[in-house]
Design a protein around this ligand. Structure first.
Ligand code: NAD
Length: 364
């Protein structure tokens, strides 16, 4: 088989700092006979500085060709005054749009050593491991008509929730496939009680479910889902939902588990010719300009994003689990970047020390 290809886009702020630690992890896997053909390029403000655009056509073309893209973060105060069309975020949006990444995977996983970080009781979150699949390219954020119009004497704000059967079908399939790799349990969330788009969503997900008889499918209204996520989140395994509800529920679920510096994500599109999905992996956090360049950034979110790439693009669940266990082990040893420093203390470490410790655990 040909060597898997990976495009790395470190971006701005802490992006390059956390990505340097991921490079150490990639190099370690290379020493174990698991080599990647890695290329690196610019995105966001860094690309604007060099080329006057947050993503060049050449980088876009490369992103379409590789097996997976790994992105750090984009943006920063330096670029705030730029025209909307060349803002750093436009680079990321172009990647998501042109790669047609319709399934956004947001895990909410609570490492035991960090269970005290949650705002919920420890026994509610300890050992939590759920995955939210959010539809990313349609729904109310994109539906037409939209805008602010004048009706008589007052203005009216309009957005339209719109889903085609095809859009629901493909994201549902992504979620069922994921459920097949996990615990074969999927909960679909919508508001079929008050929204026609929710009625269609439920019908199509149910129909797709017939192709996955091994998966236990349930449905829940999204508002009830939010309550259940805070009451007893461990009842869920994979959740699939639309763009708007997914935006809210994935943030809610992620924060059950603590710091922004710990949260990875994947955005997947249609399968390519080699069977792998189009894929972009990135930490949930931004470029954190307040701590950039100070060695304070937590590289774990980016490292766990690479673990997701191992599992979902490179079909190597064992390597992904090994990497996640290495992260768990350094946390259990008490190593803490500044964002993880809670009342119970720990050993303060820098970005590079955290990366080195994780690589050391891999090799142990
Ligand atoms: P942010 O995620 O960059 O930072 C929020 C807070 O969390 C900050 O206090 C930061 O120091 C902390 N933080 C974030 N990641 C951390 C890490 N890995 N380790 C330790 N602490 C961490 O969000 P923001 O401050 O709202 O935005 C900063 C810039 O990032 C803006 O330009 C914004 O547009 C951009 N942004 C980019 C993305 C992305 O690239 N996907 C996402 C969100 C924000």
């Amino acid at each position: 088989m040909s060597t898997p290809t990976l495009l790395i886009l470190p971006g701005d702020g802490i992006g390059p700092e956390v990505m340097a630690e991921v490079r150490k992890v990639i190099d370690w896997f290379g020493t174990q006979g698991m080599a990647f053909e890695v290329s690196e390029d610019l995105v966001g403000g860094a690309a604007y500085d060099a080329h006057g655009t947050p993503l060049t056509d050449a980088t876009m073309a490369k992103a379409q060709e590789v097996d997976a893209v790994l992105l750090g973060a984009v943006g920063g105060p330096k670029y705030d005054a730029l025209d909307f069309s060349v803002k750093p975020e436009r680079g990321l949006l172009r990647l998501r749009k042109e790669m047609d990444l319709y399934a956004n995977l947001r895990p909410a996983q609570c490492f035991d050593a960090l269970a005290d970080f949650s705002s919920l009781k420890k026994d509610v979150v300890a050992g939590l491991d759920i995955m939210i699949v959010r539809e990313l390219t349609s729904g109310v954020y994109f539906g037409e008509p939209r805008g602010i119009i004048k009706e008589g004497n007052e203005r009216v704000g309009i957005n339209t929730q719109r889903y085609t059967e095809g859009e629901i079908d493909r994201v549902a399939r992504s979620a069922f496939e994921l459920a097949m790799r996990r615990n074969r349990k999927l909960c679909s969330m919508e508001k079929a009680n008050v929204m026609e788009s929710g009625v269609l969503w439920r019908e199509v997900v149910t129909e797709v479910g017939k192709d996955y008889p091994e998966v236990e499918l349930s449905h829940m209204y999204a508002d009830a889902g939010a309550m259940q996520l805070t009451r007893w989140p461990k009842q869920f395994d994979v959740i699939v939902t639309d763009n708007l509800f997914g935006d809210l529920l994935s943030d809610l679920a992620a924060m059950l588990t603590g710091s922004l510096g710990m949260l990875p994500s994947a955005s997947l599109g249609a399968p390519m010719a080699n069977g792998r999905p189009k894929a972009l992996y990135e930490p949930v956090h931004g470029s954190a300009p307040d701590i950039a360049g100070q060695g304070k950034a937590n590289p774990i979110a980016c490292i766990l994003s690479f673990a997701m790439a191992l599992r979902y693009s490179f079909d190597n669940g064992d390597a992904a689990t090994k990497l996640e266990q290495a992260v768990e082990a350094v946390l259990a040893d008490g190593l803490r970047t500044a964002d993880l420093m809670g009342p119970e203390g720990g050993t303060p470490v820098s970005t590079t020390e955290m990366g080195d410790a994780i690589v050391a655990k891999l090799g142990a």
